[in-house]
Design a protein around this ligand. Structure first.
Ligand code: F6P
Length: 545
């Protein structure tokens, strides 16, 4: 087992102290002044690489801040941690596992060793099996029990076994086979299953049951319901299951127990975290929708960002800088949240996906040595696609009392050229970061003839920080780069905070308690021994269910 390296306490490090002192100088400054003082600010505080422009000049920092943040990253061993991750060391120490989502997109022929075994050939074996299965389904050669071709794919999974494939399917819908209906059932609430299947035909529906563990309550409940739905629709013949169910899991025994032939199972490995898994076989629904070639293009995008992260000095490193900027706000300005605002409707599930990726990874209060931290860790992540958010909650970002750093993500070309829609969208994209940074002074407002009593209400203080990430066009390749950018951003932050970004013990307690409560709901003779509040709520439910 790899234990954590000897680590100096974060807030006692000289690099941390230097940032604290520096913060005292930066905090009173306004972006308006910073831009006026430094005509080169916009060109100096940006990174352009991999066909991505990341402009971080509208953040409350200077070139000196970047130097100090990079010094902190180096002192925290970011370079060594990156090498440890990429070389298959067991950096997930609480589960004694390697963390190798980067191996999922390693090109054929590369080699990454885990426990003395090269994992890259196995990755490509599974990708090859996924490709040939996807081609069969797409070509109509994979027949259902009654001999009809499949026209509907239902992914059953939750968390990483749902959010990733769903987000990516939505993101890449433009490239998908429109003859296929693709649905995602995740919630154990029957409403989800019923609504997603109500217009589907059991004869032509394929269920992909995705679960790393194959024991997750919600997924197993939905999978059993799907099994009943299929058998009912196909006359009860058990042999139908083999044509209508495939599984994606690391747990072959449980897959067998469920009744899915392991010939119809696509595996992955314990060194892939659930939330980092949609580019493994967990992305099978996506591959069927967009085809294996496009899936490969996406993997190539991921890999490009992996190589950039591994090799580029931190001050020019997109994920490292995005992560360090987050540290600056989270730990020095005391910002509690970060808003991720994609200006593309196809990215409507991106922020939900990033919520799990970030909050399940870095939502930790204990460091790698088991000590309770005395500094803030992972932020609250939220947001939805622009411009909708502008007409909902941007008011608070512009004029509220909270500091909310925002990431604006946009594309130069729209995928559906329709009149001037894309220019309208992007005009808003640019306008918002400008307004947030520079605001409008009370003098400017008064000069417009606004009545004096309204002036304070219509003044924009500005100085609200944003990072703008622009790419040319939303493609499988650019999506891969974008997701890897955020994966490694989260890793950078976890490294600085000296936490394990790859376990998720915090989800366990609620799961255990739910198991205990299940029988108590339907059987009133079960004695309730919870706290007064929980007992009362369960009793109310029992009386009214
Ligand atoms: O409960 C949290 C979690 O374990 C996530 O980490 C994971 O993505 C999700 O549940 C689903 O797990 P599985 O793929 O094993 O069903």
């Amino acid at each position: 087992m790899t234990t954590s390296t000897k680590h100096q306490h974060l807030t006692k490090m000289p690099q941390w102290k230097a940032l604290q002192d520096h913060f005292e100088q930066i905090e009173p400054q306004h972006l308006r002044q910073m831009f006026a003082d430094d005509p080169d600010r916009a060109t100096n505080l940006r990174i352009e690489d991999l066909d991505i422009l990341m402009d971080f000049s509208k953040n409350r920092l200077t070139g000196r801040t970047v130097e100090l943040l990079v010094e902190l990253a180096e002192a925290c061993g970011l370079r060594e941690r990156i090498d440890a991750m990429f070389s298959g060391q067991k950096i997930n120490i609480t589960e004694d596992r390697a963390v190798l989502h980067v191996a999922l997109r390693a090109p054929r022929g590369e080699s990454i060793m885990v426990d003395g075994k090269d994992v890259v050939p196995e990755v490509h074996d599974v990708l090859d099996r996924m490709s040939s299965f996807s081609e069969k389904v797409r070509a109509g050669d994979w027949k259902g029990h009654t001999g009809k071709a499949i026209d509907s794919i239902v992914n059953i999974g939750i968390g990483g076994s749902d959010l990733g494939p769903e987000m990516a399917y939505e993101a890449l819908k433009f490239y998908s086979d429109r003859n296929l209906k693709v649905r995602f059932v995740s919630n154990v609430d029957a409403n989800d299953f019923v609504e997603k299947t109500r217009d589907l035909d059991p004869e032509t529906t394929l269920f992909i049951v995705c679960s790393k563990t194959f024991t997750t309550l919600e997924t197993m409940a939905n999978a059993h319901t799907a099994r009943d739905w299929t058998l009912k629709g196909l006359g009860g013949d058990e042999t139908a299951i083999a044509r209508h169910f495939v599984a994606v899991s690391t747990n072959a025994d449980e897959v067998k127990k469920f009744g899915i032939d392991t010939d119809n199972m696509f595996g992955f490995w314990d060194w892939v975290g659930g939330r980092y898994s949609y580019d493994s076989a967990i992305g099978l629904s996506l591959m069927i929708a967009i085809g294996p070639d496009r899936f490969q293009e996406m993997l190539a995008g991921f890999h490009e960002m992996d190589e950039h992260f591994r090799k580029t000095p931190f001050e020019r490193n997109l994920p490292a800088m995005l992560g360090l900027i987050g540290i600056w706000y989270n730990n020095f300005f005391g910002a509690e949240t970060v808003s991720i605002l994609p200006y593309d409707q196809y990215l409507n599930r991106l922020t939900a996906y990033f919520q799990q990726l970030d909050m399940e990874s870095d939502g930790k209060h204990v460091d790698l040595d088991g000590n309770i931290v005395d500094y803030q860790t992972g932020p609250i992540v939220w947001g939805q696609p622009g411009t909708n958010g502008q007409h909902a909650y941007y008011q608070l970002i512009h004029q509220g009392t909270k500091l909310i750093p925002c990431d604006f993500i946009g594309f130069c070309k729209g995928l559906n050229p329709l009149g001037n829609h894309h220019d309208l969208l992007m005009a808003n994209f640019f306008a918002q970061t400008e307004a947030l940074a520079f605001g409008k002074t009370s003098e400017e407002v008064a000069a417009e003839g606004v009545p004096a009593f309204q002036v304070p209400h219509r003044t924009f203080t500005g100085n609200h920080p944003t990072t703008t990430i622009m790419m040319k066009e939303l493609t499988p390749h650019t999506l891969g780069k974008l997701i890897a950018l955020y994966e490694h951003k989260i890793f950078t932050q976890g490294t600085i905070w000296h936490i394990n970004s790859f376990d998720q013990w915090g989800v366990e307690l609620g799961k255990k308690l739910a198991q205990k409560i299940i029988p108590q709901l339907s059987d009133s003779s079960e004695v309730l021994e919870h706290d007064g509040s929980t007992n009362q709520l369960i009793e109310y439910y029992r009386d009214n269910r």
